[in-house]
Design a protein around this ligand. Sequence first.
Ligand code: SF4
Length: 656
Amino acid sequence: MAAIRSFTSCHRALSVRISGSHRSFAALAAPFNYEKLFDYDANPVDTKFRKLTSDGVSATTTACGKKLLQVEQPVLEELSRSAIIDIQHLFRPAHLNQLRKILMDPEASSNDRFVALELLKNACVSAGKVMPSCQDTGTATVLASRGGNVLTDGNDEEYISKGIYRAYTEGYLRYSQVAPLSMFREANTRTNLPAQIDMMTKPGDKYELLYVAKGGGSANKTQLLQKTKSTLNEKAFVEFVKEQITNLGTAACPPYHLALCVGGLSAEQNLKTVKLASCKYLDGLPTVGSKGGRGFRDVEWEAKIQDIAHELGIGAQYGGKYFVHDVRVIRLPRHGASCPIGIGVSCSADRQAKAKITEEGVFLEELETEPAKYLPDIKESSLEGGGDIVKIDLNNPMEDNLKLLDRYPVATRLSLTGTIIVARDIAHAQIQAMIDEGKDLPEYMKKYPVYYAGPAKTPAGMPSGSFGPTTAGRMDTYVDAFQERRGSMIMIGKGNRSAQVTTACKKHGGFYLGSIGGVAATLSQKSIKKVEVLDMEDLGMEAVWKIEVEEFPAFVVVDNKGNDFFKKWAKEAAEAEHDSFFDETKDFFYGLDKDSSGSLSLEEIAAGLGITIDQARGLLEKFDVDRDGVIDIMEFELMILKNANMRDSLLRGMDA
Ligand code: SF4
């Protein structure tokens, strides 16, 4: 009985304790208070718009007093066409002003000023609305916010896509989108569609849009890092930021508009915030946090990170202060166990425009049509650093030019005039195959510098479309073998190279020169005087071209003594850019290599290609360049390259 009494009093005491703690938990909860996670208009931003039209837009009021905005189909199509054309050719005044500021800043290096000047000149050329500002005309991205009282027929994405299609197909823009036909088979859509269109709704009778054209090099710099609370203190955060912005490198053509997002309720929210911040779309957010968890701009950290980036010394591509124009830092709420941190850039092709449709009409953000007014009224020679530019006549014998370059350190600015060979991935593979077959290099590879580049469409009456450098790192594996035979002794491209290039240049006396990224329009209009196909015409755009250039700007990046301008900041290997031909071919190869030996035997070739042993032997005899009785991956690439039918049949096999 005593035991039962004791249990009962114990139970009562426990119940009191539990109900007491219920009361205290309830007391801990905050009252409901809806707060916008993204309050875009907390600090209104003054955006100037130009009116396109009033046609196709009409306002009505319902019997119960609700205002409705009717938007007809052609409005979205025409607005989207105009927006994409504008952003491919024109820049925001603020961006141009930042370039001007570099020219006026005594702390900017002479290379900073030179790059800024070239970017401003490029803006002047592209403003003519023929040449796009960059040869990579990007992926079209649209963020559309439709008010709940805006009426359309609901096919908004289709009309927006049609406008984008017209802009890309009617202008001199490049098609970059590849459609997946199967897991490993892809084909260019030849329209630059699909576009990424994100539709959102909001209250009201206004339709707001943001148009962006994001280049591949720029998009590739976006990173998400899943960190922990341990990064959220001043010391750790500074270390983290330094490392991440150094890793960005220069392949996306600085000066950058850098954006970071710390936190986020999911990884995808974090990265979307990075992108919008880099487009200045979140500039109106509050600048302090709140207990409700709203997102905010941390302007103090924006200034600190800008200083860090300026002090790195990378500068606007070739040393100096202006690695970034500006920085945006957005702080978002997070799950206590996650701390996503995203980082991204808007590159020198800073292509965005806002648009809105209201009862007053259709409006597009006013971009600058007269960029020349941002060129300062001072002598160009003072901006270019006077006598620092070394002129190179490329038509002089190669050995003479190598001797001339030998006298100058890395980061020296050059002005190139004469003949350059343009060759990229597939042409390099073909030349490598010649070497493997025991043949010598083509004479043109020895006689002239090689430029890794690609153009946009060519406007009528012009030698080429916007013609800019591509990432040089993809050609790294060829350099030693080519230079051993006195080819590729002077290479021109953008971005850093791997150690194998520095080693080859030191061993053979070669040089790698950096061209300015982001100035494709001015390069084609001012520096490229003549373009003709020289070799491998059947490769189409991948053929070997011979171009004549005048005062083509470049910098010494890797010299013949083992010096590499980027070494201080670069990672071990240059980042390789995606190339669909070789990815596809490698996939075929590994699919046939059943015993994973790294080479294809007679039996594997026969089984994989569905041919007889005798037919496989015929192929082996033809393509087994080093006569070791098997086909290695290089030999296989050559075999596919030389045999379009075989590639097609492999593709069919993969589809089956
Ligand atoms: S400026 Fe550079 S990174 Fe930007 S789209 Fe052009 S090539 Fe790509």
